[in-house]
Design a binder for this molecule. Structure first.
Ligand code: ATP
Length: 249
């Protein structure tokens, strides 16, 4: 199929209704290859529903959703979309608490959720090199042998981001990564996403404005299932409609 857009992610006219209520209402959202985009908006604005459409969890009633200009996300299932190169990190970390940091990454590399089978086989040299690289990226090298259950909340979130990186996604969707983090962890997470963004495209949903400012990227404000404003954080913050529905609250 020929590419109809240069965008990595292209949503246009996407509508999702739940019993007549439009969680997304003719939403347009376009992300260029290599971009990092922050998505903000009040509770119920449709942020999660948008992520669900991108990952194939929710089917839109109407609209276009393309990845790399040709893959129709409305026709693929969640596993196919993950294989295409879209990875998602949910808000709550779901690491294997009883396994070490390294073993969690090994499990993610193998793409196998059966710890006994994977860990019995141990890792190959190339897997070990890749694990070292990911540990470096997510700054967990010093705690690599610790059980994941012993990590701080922030470290668990970084481990889970590392597990996502193991799958080599071209596009990472990250849902409220800094909720519950300390200020220092929040600043480190902004640095981490900026490092990741050097080689991958990132869409991050977050309510924490200090974090969004630290990312220093284009911001999309969702409201009632549509884009209310888009641009730099300073630009959208100066928009009276954004202040009224979100920032002023
Ligand atoms: N499965 C569902 N059935 C019915 N209504 C739903 C369903 N999923 C979402 N909604 C509604 O759709 C609207 C958008 O929800 P969504 O979770 O996408 O918003 P959000 O921007 O992610 O909010 P939050 O910041 O609270 O996570 C909400 O009013 C929600 O109640």
């Amino acid at each position: 199929m020929t590419e109809v857009t240069d965008a990595l992610l292209y949503l246009d006219g996407v509508t999702v209704s739940f019993d007549g209520f439009k969680a997304l209402n003719t939403l347009s959202f376009v992300v260029a290859p290599g971009e990092m985009r922050a998505v903000i908006g009040p509770n119920g604005a449709g942020k999660t529903t948008m992520m669900d459409v991108i990952t194939g969890k929710t089917r839109p009633d109407q609209g276009t959703a393309l990845f790399r200009g040709s893959a129709d996300l409305t026709k693929l299932d969640e596993a196919e979309i993950a294989t295409l190169g879209i990875g998602r990190k949910f808000q709550k970390p779901t690491v294997f608490e009883m396994h070490s940091v390294t073993d969690n990454l090994l499990l993610a590399l193998k793409g196998d959720r059966a710890p006994r089978r994977v860990l019995f086989a141990r890792e190959t040299l190339s897997e070990r090199a890749r694990i070292d690289e990911i540990l470096e990226t997510v700054r967990l090298s010093a705690v690599r042998r610790r059980l994941a259950g012993e990590l701080s909340h922030g470290q668990k979130q970084w481990l889970e981001i590392g597990m996502l990186l193991a799958q080599e996604p071209e596009l990472l969707l990250v849902d409220e990564p800094v909720a519950g983090m300390t200020d220092a962890e929040t600043a480190d997470t902004a640095d981490l996403l900026r490092r990741i963004n050097q080689t991958r495209t990132v869409v991050v949903v977050e309510h924490d404005m200090t974090f969004v400012r630290a990312l220093d990227v284009k911001v999309t404000v969702l409201h009632e299932g549509s884009v209310l404003a888009e641009g730099s954080l300073d630009h959208v913050s100066a928009d009276p409609r954004v202040v009224e529905v979100y920032l002023g609250r």
